[in-house]
Design a protein. Structure first.
Length: 485
């Protein structure tokens, strides 16, 4: 993955690597811990000897990438910052960008590197490594290939990427479980590295299972005494001839190698199942729990059991699981800090959402109503009838919480009809001589804030309300005016 900035394009050396696939765990020794690049490459090869862990990592990285986020701040600035994130990795989008970062974070001790492209090139002081002027706004983000990055002891340009010097303002770096010394702060112990011993064990178990299922695999040797090689070969040839003539049914027939002497046979197993795998299911379950522990989630996140749903667990169990998932998630806090420091403008704030915690009380409250309704429906009286019917339970849930009404009603939503205003006769409060029609204010539909006056000139004093301007619509207003005159 090459740099997308033109200033790094000059004199770029062609980089290529060849990874030999298909090696077993014993064909290549594990590199030492100081060789970070070699160890990361070796771990990628060993990972696919395990049939389970790659799928667990893929599910977790997808969950990390699908986590919601929001930008708080001025609308125009927040919109520009969101545009940069949504078009990260050359327009591939946020999900692709975050998923790639999470994979490098979980599977490489070198961590993940992200290239930060500014509108103008950062001006770095060659002596101190500090900026000479303010940084220009960030215009793009790109994932970098961790295998091409190499740390050097340079204060101004601490990173060499594709043999080009990079300053600390050109990228940011995330690493899982870094060391506590100056020599190990920039390399960590990723989740795959912490699972490495059990990955090798799981690879050997998988190879042992596949070997036993392979029809050409030799797992034992049979020693015969009392028959020569010629006699044994003749017996095998006779067996093959019988199979050709009679088909597969002849495979169950026995042939005699020596009719005159007694044969003695001894079976030597080349390998047996170890004692630690006598309880095979428990052993494999323990390996899965170690994987889940290092990945930061409960094992039921990947392998849900029959009673692993929320409806079968207590409130404290679900809260404990959600708390563990939040506390053990170090990827999102580190990525949030890096984006806020190196990418976001100073006037906006970037943060990840946490629906597991925010929706906890919401889900438990609904669950209590559901359990109460289920208890009322399943309980029976002496005569065999239910304490409440389905329709009564549905009405109870709808009255308890409005969200149940939306979830249980499948038909079209009906709007509540507005009360109709009927016409009634009203006497003028001033002249007492005319009756006119108006909505019945005495029933509380329209608050009475002033006297009711007719359309006559003798009553036309003071300001007119909106209702009074409609007096010309009534057919008797002219006769009423003439009567007043």
């Amino acid at each position: 993955m090459e740099s997308k900035q033109g200033r790094f394009a000059e004199g770029r050396a062609v980089w290529s690597s060849f990874v030999e696939l298909g090696r077993t765990l014993h064909e290549r020794a594990q590199p030492r811990a100081g060789d970070v690049q070699g160890l990361d490459t070796w771990m990628q090869e060993v990972l696919y000897c395990d049939p389970v862990l790659p799928g667990m990592i893929a599910k977790l990285t997808s969950a990390f990438a699908g986590q919601g986020w929001k930008i708080i701040g001025p609308a125009r600035t927040a919109k520009r910052a969101a545009f940069v994130l949504e078009n990260a990795d050359g327009g591939r989008g946020w999900f692709h960008f975050a998923e790639t970062c999470a994979k490098s974070y979980l599977m490489r001790n070198m961590g993940c590197f992200v290239e930060v492209v500014h509108l103008f090139e950062p001006e770095v002081d060659e002596g101190t490594g500090e900026l000479r002027s303010d940084l220009a706004p960030v215009t793009a983000l790109y994932n970098m290939d961790s295998t091409k990055a190499r740390w050097v002891r340079d204060k101004v340009y601490p990173l060499r990427y594709e043999s080009k010097p990079w300053s600390r303002f050109d990228f940011f770096h995330l690493v899982d479980n870094p060391g506590d010394t100056d020599a190990t702060r920039r390399r960590g112990q990723c989740a795959l590295y912490r699972c490495l011993e059990y990955v090798k064990l799981m690879g050997l178990i998988n190879a042992w299972e596949q070997g036993n299922l392979d029809p050409d695999f030799v797992d034992a040797i049979l020693l015969l005494q009392g028959a020569s090689d010629e006699q044994f070969g003749a017996a095998m040839n006779a067996r093959e001839k019988a199979i050709d003539e009679k088909g597969n049914a002849a495979k169950r027939l026995a042939v005699l190698a020596n009719e005159h002497e007694e044969l003695q046979a001894e079976l030597l197993f080349l390998r047996r199942r170890p004692e630690s795998l006598e309880d095979f299911e428990a052993r494999v379950r323990m390996i899965y729990e170690v994987y889940a522990l290092n990945l930061g989630r409960d094992v039921t996140y990947w392998f849900p059991s029959q009673y692993a749903g929320r409806a079968y667990r207590t409130r404290s169990e679900v809260q404990s699981e959600e708390r563990q998932a939040v506390e053990s998630n170090t990827f999102h806090p580190k990525l949030q800090e890096a984006l806020q420091r190196y990418v976001m403008p100073q006037t906006v704030h970037f943060t990840f959402d946490n629906p597991a915690v925010s929706d906890r009380d919401y889900l438990f409250r609904l669950r209590e109503f559901v359990e109460l309704g289920k208890t009322l429906y399943t309980a029976r009286q002496v005569d065999g009838e239910h304490l409440a019917t389905k329709e009564e339970i549905r009405r109870f849930l709808a009255e308890a919480d409005g969200r149940f009404e939306e979830w249980t009603w499948n038909g079209p939503r009906k709007r509540k009809p507005r009360p109709r205003r009927t016409m009634t006769w009203r006497r003028c409060d001033r002249c007492r001589r005319c009756n006119w029609r108006w909505p019945p204010i005495d029933k509380g539909l329209v608050p009475m804030t002033r006297w009711w006056m007719c359309a006559g000139d003798g009553c036309r004093t003071g300001s007119m309300s909106t209702a009074e301007r409609w007096w010309a619509r009534w057919p008797n207003w002219r006769s009423h005016r003439s009567g007043l005159a």
